[in-house]
Design a binder for this molecule. Structure first.
Ligand code: ADP
Length: 490
């Protein structure tokens, strides 16, 4: 099958968050399975050009219609760690992608509407006729609308679109200027409740709603989150639209890059190990203690790695730290927040606990230390209030750190409580709590710490059961291919 992936990010060349990892990891898996995959991205000035091999001009002077003019673009081609990528570079006074950062500009909707339009023009004019176009998040949500309303009538009638929503909080609420600029026009037609009209601001258009309406299939990043966005406030108002299109909507769990995250080969950890021989993990625990100046003691190490964002349950992370110390465990935190208030709180906490030999807080982003923490920790807490998929719990499982998670989104799909899950005993892999309060968190943590102290053999068994799970791109790759096969024959 011939698949074109269109997105605003791709790891490691243009990465802001998890979206970038998905674009890279899914494309790689689809190629391993024998499909032809191309990725189309904006050519940002701030990209990591050192990760692109053989970057060269692929198409000169692509004229993209934009309101009442044509914007000339150069399309570049290069390999990002063997992935085939096109980069669209517009030459216009707006300097859409020459801003020094990926996001955060007042004309964001026009930047990405232009990218969507230019992508369609590029495919159209170069004769690219993929079986499936896979678009991601609001930045590329205009593509299914453009395809079905314009390009299907101009020689692209057979192309099908799958759209994935990674984050419902950002939906692309825009004005009708996007319609005029992109050549769609007709606001009275598009601003209808069953097309793009936003359900709350009736004068505005909602690009994600448009993608749900026009795409042949729509996914989000875990089955539980797919349910949550239809039935709770986590859909940020898109629940009714999704319910209306329920026959073409589902959740597909993201995968983890098992090459990058492999305790058997990880270059960032001093001792390698596997489920059959965990001795390297205990040596890594010692190395972690040495690096963070924690005392050597017969205590479990509990860790948190992640953004310090309200979404992640900041009050519960803080409580987990104090509760761990109270229960005679050690606690390690690695995280940062873009919100100054939250960062300051954790800096204060760090100073307050500075002399404590059982705890260490590292405020900042440190990829290398993150790997050592996953390897050295006995348990990881992920007490999120909201978690579309979540990678930390999957990495924890892969590295033999028992996850303690709140039952929300992808966490509920990947972690199964040792004591209460309905899964058979040998398939349980962690601890789960439900209420976002101290009592819930404490009950899960105390059970985990208790098992570590009183039944070490059982704890090891739990580690091995977790390591036996396959959360690589293997299964999600197959799931997406099934979806592509299905829509291809519509
Ligand atoms: P989200 O995408 O909401 O931030 P995920 O759990 O999906 O959360 O992914 C988080 C990823 O970022 C994980 O790979 C985690 O290890 C990494 N990460 C988060 N914060 C840090 C940090 N401060 N230092 C190093 N790695 C981090």
């Amino acid at each position: 099958m011939y698949i074109v992936m269109v997105a605003s990010e791709c790891a490691p060349v243009a990465k802001v968050g998890g979206l970038a990892d998905v674009i890279y990891g899914l494309s790689r898996e689809l190629e391993i399975r024998g499909n032809a995959v191309e990725i189309i991205l904006p050519k940002y000035d701030c990209m990591r050009y050192d990760h692109i091999r053989d970057l060269s001009v692929s198409y000169e002077n692509l004229q993209v219609p934009w309101f009442n003019r044509q914007v000339p673009c150069t399309v570049w081609f290069g390999h990002v760690h063997d992935r085939r990528c096109y980069f669209i570079e517009p030459h216009s006074e707006e300097h859409f992608f020459e801003r020094g950062s990926y996001y955060g500009f007042p004309d964001e909707h026009l930047r990405f509407a232009f990218f969507s339009k230019a992508t369609m023009e590029f495919m159209y004019k170069t004769g690219k006729r993929p079986d499936v176009i896979h678009t991601h998040d609001w930045q590329t949500a205009l593509i299914p609308v453009l395809l079905y309303e314009l390009y299907a009538h101009h020689g692209m009638p057979d192309q099908r679109v799958c759209h994935t929503i990674h984050n419902f909080r950002h939906q692309g609420i825009v004005g009708e200027d996007v319609l005029w600029m992109s050549g769609l026009g007709r606001p009275e037609y598009y601003a209808a409740p069953d097309r793009l009209q936003d359900d709350f601001t009736h004068a505005a258009l909602n690009l994600t709603k448009g993608a749900i309406t026009y795409a042949n299939f729509v996914t989000t990043v875990s089955p539980t989150h797919a349910w949550e966005v239809c039935n709770t406030d986590q859909g940020y108002g898109l629940g009714p639209t999704l319910t209306r299109h329920a026959d073409k909507f589902g959740g597909v769990l993201n995968g983890l890059d098992y090459d990058m995250w492999n305790p058997g080969t990880d270059v960032y950890i001093p001792h390698h190990y596997s489920a059959d021989d965990l001795s390297g993990k205990y040596a890594d625990k010692q190395a972690l203690r040495g690096r963070l100046m924690l005392q050597e003691a017969y205590k479990p190490v509990i860790a948190y790695v992640g953004r310090l964002d309200t979404q992640k349950g900041v009050h519960l992370i803080r409580h987990a730290l104090f509760y761990a110390l109270e229960q005679g465990a050690q606690f390690v935190l690695l995280g940062a927040s873009p919100e100054l208030g939250i960062n300051d709180d954790f800096w204060q906490l760090k100073h307050h606990l500075n002399e404590n030999p059982d705890c260490h807080l590292e405020i900042g982003y440190d990829e290398e230390l993150a790997h050592l923490i996953y390897a050295g920790a006995d348990m990881m807490v992920v007490p999120s209030l909201y978690e579309p998929c979540g990678l930390t719990q999957m990495i924890a499982l892969r590295y033999g750190a028992v996850p303690i998670v709140r039952a929300v989104g992808g966490l509920a799909d990947t972690v199964f409580d040792r004591d209460y899950s309905s899964k058979p005993m040998h398939e349980r892999n962690g601890y789960v709590f439900h209420q976002a309060d101290f009592a819930g968190l404490e009950s899960a943590m105390s059970r985990a710490i208790g098992l570590w102290h009183h039944h070490p053999d059982e704890f090891h068994r739990l580690i091995r059961q977790g390591m036996a799970y396959d959360y690589s791109w293997n299964h999600p790759g197959r799931d997406y291919l099934n979806i592509y096969e299905h829509i291809r024959h519509l």
